[in-house]
Design a protein around this ligand. Structure first.
Ligand SMILES: Cc1cc2nc3c(=O)[nH]c(=O)nc-3n(C[C@H](O)[C@H](O)[C@H](O)COP(=O)(O)O)c2cc1C
Length: 169
């Protein structure tokens, strides 16, 4: 079995909750769910075969500030075509214009590295997600969760996404 690690940042803990739900779906032990705040050395990403990165959206469609620092540090590492998957949280009603913009930033930042991005999907059906933010394949570059307005859909969205990822775990 391949080893999977989840790396997330949060402010009001929704992203932590989603990281835990993903871990349950993929049978990932708690030990391998990492809050960026607690990480001493980002090199631990290289201990995993699949790295799942999660961020809430803040500012105007931006990633959590800790990811900005980590992206810099990640540039120093060689991931040697390691598989990564990404997820973000957003608010489709109050932050319509910048809904889930963090996923796009995560996507373009990771694409600069020597990695393979997996987990692109087309099952999310958000009305306001900007199609300019799709991946090159015309899909969502990863999972988006709106816990503020559509928490009833979260479990289903996670389950389908995790099924896509299971082939790599
Ligand atoms: C100050 C502020 C700015 C936000 N900006 C955005 C945004 O630009 N786009 C978006 O989709 N969601 C935005 N959100 C919504 C958060 O991403 C959402 O509430 C998320 O669930 C928070 O995750 P966390 O609990 O892990 O911090 C914003 C929320 C706050 C409080």
């Amino acid at each position: 079995m391949n080893k999977t690690g989840i790396f997330y940042a949060t402010i009001s803990r929704n992203t932590k909750k989603i990281a835990t739900m993903i871990a349950i779906e993929l049978d990932i032990p708690e030990l391998h769910i990492h809050n960026l705040l607690d990480i001493e050395d980002i090199k631990i990403m290289n201990n995993y075969d699949l790295v799942i990165c999660g961020t809430p959206t803040y500012g105007k469609g931006d990633v959590h500030y800790l990811w900005r620092e980590i992206f810099q540090e990640m540039q120093e590492l060689n991931f040697n075509q390691k598989r990564f998957a990404i997820f973000c949280l957003g608010d489709e009603v109050y932050h319509k214009e910048t809904f889930a913009g963090s996923l796009r930033i995560m996507y373009s930042s990771l694409n600069e590295l020597n990695i393979i991005l997996v987990g692109e999907c087309d099952h999310l059906e958000y009305e306001t997600y900007n199609s300019d933010y799709y991946s090159q394949e015309g899909k969502y570059p990863g999972l988006i969760v709106d816990e503020v307005n559509q928490s009833d859909k979260t479990l289903g969205r996670i389950a389908i996404w995790c099924k896509l990822l299971m082939q790599y775990t």
